[in-house]
Design a protein around this ligand. Structure first.
Ligand SMILES: Cc1cc2nc3c(=O)[nH]c(=O)nc-3n(C[C@H](O)[C@H](O)[C@H](O)COP(=O)(O)OP(=O)(O)OC[C@H]3O[C@@H](n4cnc5c(N)ncnc54)[C@H](O)[C@@H]3O)c2cc1C
Length: 597
C-alpha cells in the first residue's frame, strides 16, 4: 500500500425527518411513510472524508443501507464531491436490528475491498444508539473509536483525538480503522453549483443480496438479536403540583423564595436492595468504569439496578473493574449492593487501553462466569466498549436503556423509541448473552447491606498503554445545586451568553437541550437528556424548553423544576413545580438583576 489513504467509506443513514416516527405492526419504523433526509451527524463524516481526500488523494465512497426510496435522498450527496454512492437495498434486509445492519455493512465493506478507513457520524437522529460503527469494526476485526474531535492520517497511520466525559485522549493506530466523528470536528460544506450539476449525471449504485450473498436466516428480523416485544406510553415518575405565575413582581418573589428554601435537601431512599447470600446459578455481570482508582457513580448506579433485577430472578451480581485504589472502600461500595465477586483487571487507566484487548479480557471473564445478562453504563466508554464486545460475542445489545426488568423469564430492556413518544420493551434472542447499556439515573436506592465480597485480580490481555490524555474535561460537570437549562425558546445568542456568564459567576450548572447543541450554540457535553447527561439538582430552571421526553428523562429527578415559557401548557408543565409564563429574555434580565448585582 502507498503512503497515503486510498479509499475511505462513509456510512450514511437515511433517517425520518419528523420526530414522531410512524410505526409498522412489527414495531419497526415504517420507512415507507416517513419522509427522509440524511442523518445530520453524517454530514460531518462526509466532510471529514472529503477533507482527508483533498489532503491525501484517494476515493470517497458513501455506503448506506435502506429501502430503494433512499436513492433520491442519497443522490444529492454527489453534489458535495463524493466519488461513489452504494445503496444496500433488498426486501430481506427489512427489520434488521443493529447487529444485522452491522453484518450487512461489514460484508459490503469487504466486497468494496482495499478500504483504509471508514468514517461515520456520532449518532443517528432516530435510533441514537451509536452501536453500528463499533459493531462493524468488531465484525471486521478492525480498531474503532467514537466521538472523534480531530483526525489526521500519515504513512498508513491515523492520529486522532477522542472525547470522553472527563478526558480528551490522543491516539495513533495503523489503518484500517473505523472512526465515528463528533459534530465538533468540522463544519460541513454546502454543495457548489458545479457539484449540483455533476450530481445530476451520476447514479446511485444499488447492491442487493445477490451481490452480498448473505444467508437468508442472518438477515432482517429473523437474523436479529434483539426484538421489540411491545411499546407503552411514556409516564413520569414524579407528579408535581404546577403553579403558573405571569406577573413579573410575583416571579421575582417566587424565584427568591424557591432559591432560599430548596438548596441542600436530604436524600430520600425508596428502593431497597435485598441481597442473596450465596452465589446462585444465574448471574448478572456488570462492567464498572473506574476513574482515578474509584468506581464511577454511573457504574454504581448500574450495579444497583442489576441488584434489583437479581432480586427478582434469584441471580447473583458479579462485577468487573480495572485497578482500584483504596480497595477496601471501593469493594465495600460494591458489597453494599450485594456483589459477591469482583474481577479486578490489572489495568491502571481503562481509557488508555486498546478496546479490542479490553473486550478480550471481558470476554474471558464472561466465559468463566457465564452470565445471562451483561450491563455497561451508557457513558462514552460504555458506548464504546459494549457494541464491540457484543458483536465479538455474537450477542444482541440494547443501548441507552432507561430501565431493565425481568419478566416472563426474559430480561426486558426498556428504551425510548419513535421519537421518544413511546417506550419500547426489547428482549434479546439468538444470542450468547443479553447485553445492555444503562442510562444512569439518579433514583435513590438503599444500599445499607454489607456482605462478603471476593476480589479476584486478573492479568490483562492489554499489552501496552494506548494514547495520552491531552485534556481534562472537568469543566463539563454540570450537576451543581442550581442548574440552568436553555432551549430553543432563547432566540438570541447574546441572551444565552448572559446565562452562561451568570452560571460562571454563581457556580451554577449550565446545560441545554439538543436543539441548541445542534445549532452549535452549546457544546455537546452540556446536553442533558436521553442522549446527554442526567442531573438531579436542587433547582432546575428550564428556560424556553418544551419538555420533550428525551429532555425530561435527564432532569425529572430535580428537587424543584422551574419552567420559563411563553406557553404554560407545554409538556414541561407536567413535571414543573412552577411555570413563569413570560418571555425568556425578560426572565434572563430578571436573573441577571437577582444574581449579578
Ligand atoms: C433519539 C433522540 C434523542 C434525543 N436526545 C435528546 C437529549 O438528550 N436531550 C434533549 O434535550 N433533546 C433530545 N432530543 C430532542 C428532543 O426530542 C427535542 O427535540 C428537544 O429536546 C427540544 O428542545 P427545546 O425544548 O429546546 O426546543 P423546542 O421543542 O423547539 O421548544 C422550545 C420551547 O420554547 C418556548 N418558547 C418559544 N419562544 C419563547 C420565548 N420567547 N420565551 C420563552 N419560551 C419560548 C416554546 O413554547 C417551546 O416550549 C432527542 C431526540 C431524539 C429523536
Amino acid at each position: 500500500m502507498e503512503d497515503k489513504i486510498v479509499r475511505i467509506v462513509v456510512l450514511v443513514k437515511i433517517v425520518p425527518k419528523q420526530t414522531t416516527l410512524p410505526m409498522s405492526s412489527d414495531y419497526t419504523v415504517d420507512r415507507n411513510i416517513a419522509t427522509s433526509s440524511i442523518n445530520p451527524n453524517d454530514y460531518h463524516a462526509i466532510e471529514e472524508a472529503l477533507r482527508l481526500k483533498e489532503k491525501n488523494g484517494g476515493e470517497v465512497i458513501v455506503l448506506s443501507l435502506g429501502n430503494i426510496s433512499c436513492k433520491t435522498v442519497l443522490k444529492d450527496v454527489y453534489a458535495l464531491g463524493v466519488d461513489r454512492i452504494i445503496l444496500l437495498s433488498d426486501s430481506i434486509f427489512k427489520g434488521s436490528d443493529t447487529f444485522v445492519t452491522s453484518s450487512i455493512l461489514a460484508e459490503a465493506i469487504n466486497k468494496i475491498g482495499n478500504v483504509d478507513m471508514v468514517v461515520a457520524g456520532k449518532k443517528s437522529s432516530d435510533g441514537s444508539t451509536s452501536q453500528v460503527p463499533n459493531e462493524v469494526a468488531a465484525l471486521l476485526g478492525w480498531n474503532s473509536a467514537n466521538n472523534i474531535i480531530a483526525c489526521e492520517t500519515f504513512q498508513n497511520k491515523v492520529q486522532y483525538e477522542e472525547r470522553y466525559e472527563k478526558y480528551d485522549i490522543k491516539r495513533q493506530y495503523d489503518l484500517p480503522i473505523i472512526l465515528s466523528v463528533s459534530s465538533e470536528i468540522n463544519v460541513p460544506r454546502l454543495p457548489s453549483i458545479e457539484g449540483l450539476l455533476k450530481a445530476t449525471k451520476k447514479e446511485v449504485l444499488i447492491w442487493d443480496n445477490c451481490d452480498l450473498e448473505i444467508s437468508k436466516e442472518y438477515c432482517g428480523i429473523n437474523g436479529s438479536k434483539t426484538q421489540v416485544a411491545g411499546v407503552e406510553n411514556v409516564t413520569y415518575s414524579l407528579q408535581r403540583e404546577m403553579k403558573v405565575i405571569t406577573e413579573r413582581k410575583q416571579i421575582v418573589e417566587s424565584y427568591r423564595e424557591l432559591r432560599r428554601s430548596n438548596v441542600d435537601r436530604g436524600v430520600n431512599c425508596e428502593n431497597k436492595i435485598e441481597v442473596i447470600n450465596d452465589l446462585t446459578d444465574k448471574k448478572i455481570l456488570v462492567f464498572c468504569e473506574v476513574n482515578d482508582g474509584k468506581i464511577s457513580n454511573e457504574s454504581l448506579y448500574v450495579v444497583k439496578k442489576a441488584a434489583l433485577v437479581a432480586k427478582k430472578n434469584d441471580s447473583s451480581v458479579v462485577t468487573i473493574s480495572s485497578k482500584l485504589e483504596n480497595k477496601k472502600e471501593q469493594l465495600k461500595e460494591l458489597s453494599k449492593c450485594g456483589v459477591k465477586i469482583n474481577y479486578e483487571i490489572e489495568i491502571d487507566n481503562i481509557y488508555l487501553c486498546d478496546k479490542g484487548e479490553i473486550c478480550r479480557d471481558i470476554s474471558q471473564i464472561a466465559a468463566g462466569v457465564e452470565p445471562e445478562l451483561i450491563l455497561f453504563a451508557s457513558t462514552q466508554l460504555g458506548m464504546n466498549i459494549a457494541p464491540y464486545f457484543a458483536a465479538m460475542n455474537q450477542s444482541g445489545l440494547t443501548a441507552e436503556c432507561i430501565d431493565i426488568d425481568y419478566v416472563d423469564d426474559n430480561y426486558l430492556q426498556r428504551r425510548p423509541a419513535f421519537g421518544g413518544r413511546l417506550i419500547a420493551n426489547i428482549f434479546t434472542k439468538n444470542s450468547k448473552y443479553s447485553v445492555a447499556t444503562i442510562k444512569p439515573y439518579v433514583e435513590q436506592m438503599d444500599t445499607t447491606y454489607i456482605g462478603e465480597i471476593e476480589n479476584k485480580v486478573i492479568c490483562s490481555n492489554v499489552s501496552k498503554k494506548q494514547g495520552e490524555i491531552i485534556n481534562n474535561n472537568q469543566k463539563y460537570e454540570i450537576d451543581q445545586s442550581i442548574v440552568i437549562g436553555c432551549g430553543n425558546g432563547i432566540h438570541r445568542q447574546e441572551f444565552l451568553e448572559l446565562v452562561k456568564e451568570i452560571c460562571m459567576k454563581k457556580q451554577y450548572g449550565f446545560c441545554a437541550t439538543r436543539e441548541l447543541v445542534d445549532k452549535g450554540w452549546v457544546d455537546t457535553n452540556r446536553q442533558v437528556g436521553l442522549t446527554g447527561q442526567v442531573i438531579s439538582p436542587d433547582i432546575y430552571i428550564a428556560i424556553g424548553i418544551s419538555g420533550a421526553y428525551e429532555h425530561i428523562v435527564g432532569i425529572e429527578q430535580s428537587n424543584v423544576i422551574i419552567s420559563v415559557n411563553t406557553n404554560a401548557t407545554e409538556p414541561i408543565s407536567k413535571v414543573s413545580d412552577v411555570i413563569y409564563e413570560i418571555d425568556s429574555e425578560e426572565f434572563i434580565n430578571i436573573l441577571a438583576m437577582e444574581e449579578m448585582i
